[in-house]
Design a protein around this ligand. Structure first.
Ligand code: GDP
Ligand code: MN
Length: 384
């Protein structure tokens, strides 16, 4: 009997509780956005100072932009991690679209799960054969020999044919896929990346309002063995198209001798927020086609990172390239973690500052700061 009374009491309590939560959810009652819940927000320099609202607040608008991912069906589980981190730290408040591109059809499992995780609209595109195969001027035997030789020398991805198609596609084609044509800006996301801090101001809108065309969070030196003739190809392009070279460009970032040789610095292109219209411009297309004719995507192993970076550093003004200090990012094996503690606290960051790659020997970010006369963030020299 006593047992029954006790159970009845719990049952009533549970029912009252459930009813309460039901009513709260029905009436859309939300916890107040009160000062005790809101974390203080710090901005991307001036932009962030007065524009750190989520969209909708104070009439802020979304930009015509999309996330974009090139992936295989087998990348699904690594991609799930990336989407989750991007949504949790940023996109759940913005609901930007996400375009997935693949040289094979995406399977239903891939589409089902990624659509469930992305808060914006998802689109799935098949890459046309012409954009993922050998152009007719390429000697395929010579390309196969080059791969064998690079494999023998144990150059990373040296023996891979698909990696070369991937790099060429990212260099010259993704931005003109039909699914990308309606957008103005893109944010490239690869499988298994991480974002360690909240992103509270819209980087797309920052790019657009400030006439930025390209951005990065990590920069570093490229392996010489993958690009032996890239710079001579670039020089040929610059000679043929002086009209495409920008004044006040960032040549100093990629060359230590006024353009005679390449110092191998590049922005790490697995993270990119950039202007699609710039990539679709005549200057960029002329540049890509000129390089493509020279065959280095196949006879060597030119990466899309140096290809994009050299384009940005020669054909944009240097103030059109943005370093996003407070987008904390990881792609194996490097981390960008904001040095200054206040930023990490304000943005609820979960990265270890000592993992920050920016000021290490192999990074080029130091050079970027010098070229742009920027002062390093507080705490950059802290060792722990
Ligand atoms: P890494 O970052 O240089 O080690 O190269 P990844 O393996 O991450 O490849 C770069 C991007 O291209 C990732 O988004 C991959 O999912 C994608 N990718 C690489 N190879 C292929 C491929 O053969 N087909 C497709 N569809 N995507 C690829
Ligand atoms: Mn990758």
């Amino acid at each position: 009997m006593a047992v029954n009374v006790r159970y009845t009491r719990y049952l009533v309590l549970a029912l009252v509780g459930m009813t309460f939560f039901y009513l709260v959810s029905r009436t859309n009652l939300r916890l107040p956005n009160s000062a005790s819940f809101a974390r203080p927000v710090q901005s991307y320099n001036e932009f962030k100072a007065n524009k750190n609202e989520y969209p909708g607040a104070n009439g802020t608008e979304r930009v015509n932009a999309t996330f974009v991912t090139l992936a295989r069906n087998s990348d699904l589980w690594d991609m799930v991690k990336s989407i989750r981190t991007v949504e949790d730290r940023f996109n759940r408040e913005y609901n930007y679209d996400w375009v997935f591109l693949n040289d094979k059809e995406f399977d239903d499992d891939f589409k089902k799960l990624t659509t469930a995780l992305v808060s914006g609209t998802t689109h799935y595109g098949l890459i046309p054969k012409e954009h993922w195969s050998y152009p007719e001027w390429i000697d395929e035997d010579k390309a196969a020999d080059a791969r064998a030789e690079m494999e023998r020398k144990k150059i990373i991805y040296g023996g891979s044919e698909s990696y070369r198609h991937m790099c060429r596609y990212e260099s010259g084609f993704f931005f003109r896929h039909p699914l990308m044509m309606n957008y103005e800006y893109y944010w490239r996301v690869e499988p298994s990346i991480e974002l360690f801090c909240d992103i509270r101001a819209d980087p797309f809108r920052f790019m657009k309002e400030n006439d930025k065309k390209y951005s990065f969070v990590i920069s570093l030196y490229e392996y010489e063995a993958t690009i032996p003739t890239l710079w001579s190809s670039v020089k040929k392009f610059m000679t043929n198209h002086p009209e495409h070279i920008a004044e006040d460009n960032a040549m100093e970032f990629i060359s230590d001798n006024g353009g005679e040789t390449y110092n191998k610095c590049h922005f790490w292109s697995n993270f990119e927020i950039g202007s699609l219209e710039w990539l679709r411009s005549k200057q960029y297309i002329d540049y890509f086609e000129s390089l493509d004719q020279d065959g280095g995507f196949f006879y060597e192993r030119w990466g899309d990172a140096p290809v994009h970076s050299i384009a940005a550093a020669t054909m944009l003004r240097k103030d059109q390239i943005q370093f996003f200090h407070d987008i904390a990012y990881y792609h194996v094996p490097f981390t960008h973690c904001p040095n200054d503690e206040q930023t990490r606290l304000d943005l609820a960051c979960s990265c270890k500052p000592k993992d920050n790659f920016d000021w290490r020997d192999y990074s080029c970010t130091n050079k970027w700061f010098k070229v742009n006369h920027l002062s390093k963030p507080d705490g950059w020299d802290k060792k722990d």
